[in-house]
Design a protein around this ligand. Structure first.
Ligand code: GLV
Ligand code: MG
Length: 328
């Protein structure tokens, strides 16, 4: 193990994260009643320029008045290159900061972007004597952001999660896409010919590098890696395939751009009964070994290492949080 200890972000359930446009208050109550873990009320790309001000007001009112039923609440502010951003931060935190958990920072490009926001948020929190520290979730969705993702991830103790914004990332890198967050048939290889001369087409995952890099940056800094949008909300199977791919690489959750995607994400990112039972058995074996004063912990004839014990603790905690959420 390294001498460097990685501090972990506050453990929040983040299996599903619903995007709700701030300009559409009609959607708020339905979102509050859903089974989603995190909601981000959007001031950025889902809101037209002439609706930004009203959307900000809607969000402030909704944070203060709606019963969000224990959900984690975030607001996606406008980019640092716009003149909307400072008012998004000042007005929302000054007027509704006590009911806000996270600020989502779009198109994070470099560590100074995070530093600047940290300074602003710290001042407002102090001035308003807010008791709860507001966390940051950064969307990695530009070539610049991906180039600097390691610095961005380490830029502030407020940082909690990194999100892969595949739509803007495709635009920024000039990638050729056919659907938001889905595969592209042109991203394939041909196998060598078999004895009959037949060659198979093997589709690849064109987002593999980006998601894998973001996961490393997040995990090396104790943050949650979260996969972003999947545009075709009629295609539940396609959504779940992408979500399973991200979960396999280490992501903890995925965005839902439509309520129908919430249960799909919760399903993929909830540990299975088998996984939680195994994790609990690991912890029981560790407790037993400690009682008997044994140094090495074994389960089913195999030595259990510290890393598996830590993973088991995280898994059991997550299962408890999910149980508490479904009761609440
Ligand atoms: C999200 O903001 C995206 O651009 O995919
Ligand atoms: Mg975007």
């Amino acid at each position: 193990m390294s001498f460097t200890v990685i501090d972990q972000a506050p453990p929040r359930l983040n299996r599903s994260e619903l995007a709700v446009p701030g300009s559409n208050p009609a959607f708020f109550e339905k979102a509050a009643q859903s089974d989603v873990d995190v909601i981000f009320l959007d001031l950025e790309d889902a809101v037209a320029p002439d609706e930004k001000e009203q959307a900000r007001k809607n969000i402030i009112q909704a944070l203060n008045d709606i019963d969000w039923r224990g959900k984690i609440m975030s607001v996606r502010i406008n980019g640092l290159d716009t003149h909307y951003m400072y008012r998004d931060v000042v007005d929302v935190i000054e007027q509704a900061g006590a009911n806000l958990d996270l600020i989502m920072i779009p198109k994070a490009g470099c560590k100074e972007d995070i530093y600047a926001l940290d300074m602003l948020v710290s001042q407002i929190e102090a001035a308003k004597k807010l008791k709860k520290r507001i966390g940051f979730e950064m969307i990695i969705e530009t070539a610049l952001g991906m180039q600097n993702v390691f610095d961005i991830a380490a830029a502030s103790p407020r940082n909690e999660s990194l999100h892969f914004g595949v739509a803007d990332y495709a635009a920024s890198t000039k990638a050729k896409t056919t659907s938001i967050g889905g595969p592209n048939p042109n991203y394939h290889i041909l196998t060598d010919a078999d004895s009959s001369g037949k060659r198979d087409v093997h589709w690849g995952d064109m987002w593999h590098y980006a998601v894998a890099k973001m996961v490393v940056a997040a995990r090396a800094n104790g943050l949650r890696p979260i996969d972003g949008p999947f545009g075709d909300f009629q295609d539940g199977d396609g959504y779940q395939a992408q979500a399973h791919r991200s979960a396999t690489l280490g992501c903890e959750g995925k965005w839902a751009i439509h309520p129908s995607q919430i249960s799909l994400a919760n399903d993929v990112f909830t540990p299975t009964e088998q996984e939680t039972t195994k994790a609990q058995r690991i912890l029981d074996a560790m407790a037993d070994a400690q009682k008997q004063g044994k140094g090495a912990v074994t389960l089913d004839g195999r030595l259990i290492d510290i890393a598996s014990i830590k993973q088991a603790q995280v898994m059991v905690e997550k299962a408890k949080a999910i149980k508490a959420r479904s009761k609440g």
